[in-house]
Design a protein around this ligand. Structure first.
Ligand code: 3EB
Length: 328
């Protein structure tokens, strides 16, 4: 039998590990330590559970479930348009709403961010590390009236004090499901993380006026506490503030990989995307899915890679990659 002092000595380090992100095939139900589980595209929902979230993007290839596992029991609930789960110092929160109930994309984005920031401010997990946004017809509308730009305005309007110390890493992608549906979900924790920018790129919140009235409010990546995983934002062929290689999928992929590698260096992670680097590629044109797969097979052969049909927030961008890089 262990003495109390022995038990202390053998206990894990005080900072609980970041959620483990995995892609699984076959039916998956959330278990006691599952913080969140995601299906992709149209499909039957096997469970009615606040942790189960169906992302409105169709996968290329077999159905996959993404799971986030923590080292602790998870509790969960619902609160109007918002659902949440928490455990081990980590919080998942998600909002799905109809734009038409909030006067359009700008009002819906403000609503979603208000709900999320109010909810996060009430609990101990008030450090938002990573956030995902999926909206319909992201590139519809001209110039300052493009829907993505209205989304950016609503987003900053709804971000409360919880985002005041700096923006989380983010993804914003256009879906092809019901155009009226906005989906936003986040990962937060009870300790601050470290924001990471890409020296090859102008920080998004400093983009010049030509990209819209409201610059996008996100960091390029966050190093989650306790520094064992880099959460990587949607990353595309943006150099400085400009889109590179318009119309050229292979050149955009190569530039995107340079940006991803630069983020690993900036975040102090080992180089390369190994089996502990689950990634997602958002592909604008289904005709490019094969090129993306071939690029990934050649340059990211060990990284688990999920391909999804989604529009990137600048019309000329054909592909975007996000994901995680664990220290292992
Ligand atoms: C870019 O680098 C590409 O608005 O939350 C990437 C990741 C992009 C997140 C966002 C936008 C967002 O500007 C677009």
């Amino acid at each position: 039998m262990l003495e109390a002092s022995d038990m202390r000595a053998s206990a894990p380090s005080t900072a609980p590990a970041a959620p483990r992100v995995r892609y699984r095939t076959g039916p998956v139900e959330p278990g006691p330590t599952t913080l969140a589980a995601f299906g992709f595209g149209d499909g039957p929902d096997a469970v009615d559970d606040p942790r189960w979230f169906r992302v409105a993007l169709e996968p290329f290839g077999d159905a996959v479930v993404e799971t986030w596992e923590v080292d602790a029991e998870v509790t969960h609930g619902r609160d109007g348009d918002l659902r949440w789960s928490r455990g081990g110092g980590w919080l998942f929160a998600a909002v799905e709403c109809r734009e038409s109930a909030y006067g359009g994309i700008e009002g819906a984005a403000r609503h979603a961010y208000e709900l999320l920031s109010r909810f996060v401010a009430r609990g101990p997990e008030r450090h938002v590390q990573r956030i995902w946004n999926y909206l319909g017809a992201i590139n519809a509308g001209d110039d300052d009236d493009e829907r993505y730009k209205h989304f950016c305005t609503g987003r900053i309007g709804g971000m409360g004090d919880v985002f005041a110390q700096g923006f989380p890493a983010a993804t914003a992608i256009g879906h092809h499901a019901d155009r009226d549906v906005l989906q936003v979900y986040l990962l937060a924790t009870d300790r601050p993380g470290t924001r990471v920018e890409n020296p090859r790129q102008v920080s998004a919140w400093q983009y010049p006026r030509q990209y819209g009235r409201t610059p996008p409010s996100f960091a390029r990546a966050t190093l989650l506490p306790a520094d064992d995983v880099l959460a990587i934002s949607g990353t595309a062929a943006v150099v400085g503030h400009a889109s590179a290689h318009a119309g050229d999928i292979d050149a955009q992929l190569a530039e995107t990989l340079r940006n991803l590698e630069a983020l690993l260096v900036a975040g102090g992670l080992p180089p390369g995307f190994n089996a502990d680097a689950p990634l997602k590629a958002y592909v604008r044109h289904p005709a490019h899915a094969e090129a993306v797969r071939a690029f990934a097979a050649k340059h990211l052969p060990r990284a688990p890679m999920l391909l999804l049909h989604g529009d990137i927030c600048r019309e000329e961008l054909l592909v975007e990659i996000d994901g995680w890089r664990y220290r292992s």
